[in-house]
Design a protein around this ligand. Structure first.
Ligand code: ZN
Length: 303
């Protein structure tokens, strides 16, 4: 099983990493009236009809700037991390929305640009000082790294790997769980961060055992997507639980965990007894890939 068309793993714009240190080229691109600037702030951007609203460089607010890339028509895209301002001047139907809300609605180009921009903006917002001596850092490589002006050390964006896994039993039922912080009906597959010095496969085995007491085998990678809220990379897996094991829920993490057959899951969703994660999440895609078709249900609440 390989996942395709993950909402936040799309994009049509070339990241042109080779241009990030070419200041002459960057300055010329910033003066080009065709250049488009995407303003992002705390994970949000302005949208019109489910497409991103861009501004020309001269209209862009002051803020941390980063080069996002160039499309096949030669149009260059930058991001700027700065307050969005009121949508009013952009005309009717313009609204601010988060990547989480609109990631699955945007066309491929815009989904890729917003995911890239939110990831970089979140990193710049949270990493403003040199970790070695505390000196405020300055952006470098067109916003794709920072440098300490005192000791010259270079710092790169953080991405935290996390595993998310669909576990099946010998009857091909899948394990769905509810986090203690979630509303009553919401369930998803298990997930957790990869620890230092650990492989992704080891993390899958450890997390499933910690949260449910189940020992899994045949851990198989199925695909990944960035989840820059604030800085995760979700690595999707399938794993199998050999027969004869009881679920022992870790009450610190989970309120409940149960095996679901395809027919049982569909019936519970149609009766609105359960709600699955939204289509923007890799979890939803992994669950539907196991089920074999799209499933009804919307995520309860905004988280
Ligand atoms: Zn330093």
């Amino acid at each position: 099983m390989t996942l395709h068309n993950l909402a936040l793993a799309r994009g049509t714009v070339d990241r042109i990493a080779r241009r990030r240190t070419d200041q002459e080229w960057i300055d010329a691109a910033w003066k080009d009236p065709r250049t488009r600037v995407l303003v992002v702030y705390q994970g949000h951007a302005l949208l019109r009809d489910d497409e991103l609203v861009f501004v020309a460089p001269e209209e862009a607010p002051a803020g941390t700037r980063f080069l996002l890339g160039e499309d096949s028509g030669g149009v260059v895209y930058f991001g700027v991390s700065a307050p969005l301002g009121a949508p009013g001047p952009f005309g009717d139907g313009v609204r601010a929305a988060s990547l989480r809300e609109v990631g699955a609605l945007l066309p491929d180009r815009d989904a890729g640009l917003l995911t890239h921009a939110v990831a970089l903006a979140n990193w710049h917002d949270a990493h403003v000082c040199c970790p070695l001596d505390g000196t405020p850092t300055v952006p470098d490589a067109a916003g794709h790294s920072t440098r300490c002006p005192k000791d010259g050390s270079e710092h790169f964006p953080r991405t935290d790997p996390a595993v998310i896994m669909l576990v099946t039993d010998p009857e091909d039922r899948c394990l769905l769980a509810r986090n203690v912080a979630w509303p009553t009906r919401r369930v998803s597959i298990l997930a957790g961060f990869v620890e230092p010095g650990e492989s992704a496969e080891q993390a899958v085995i450890r997390e499933v055992a910690e949260e449910t007491g189940i020992t899994v085998t045949n851990v198989c990678y199925v695909g990944s997507q960035p989840w820059p809220m604030p800085r995760s990379l979700m690595l999707g897996f399938r794993a199998e639980a050999p027969a004869g094991q009881a679920i022992t829920v870790d009450r610190e993490e989970l309120a409940e965990a149960h095996w679901w057959s395809r027919a049982g899951l569909l019936a519970a969703l149609e009766a609105r007894e359960l709600a699955l994660p939204p289509p923007v999440s890799i979890a939803r895609h992994i669950i539907e890939a196991w089920y074999g078709a799209p499933l009804p249900s919307t995520w309860v609440g905004s988280r």
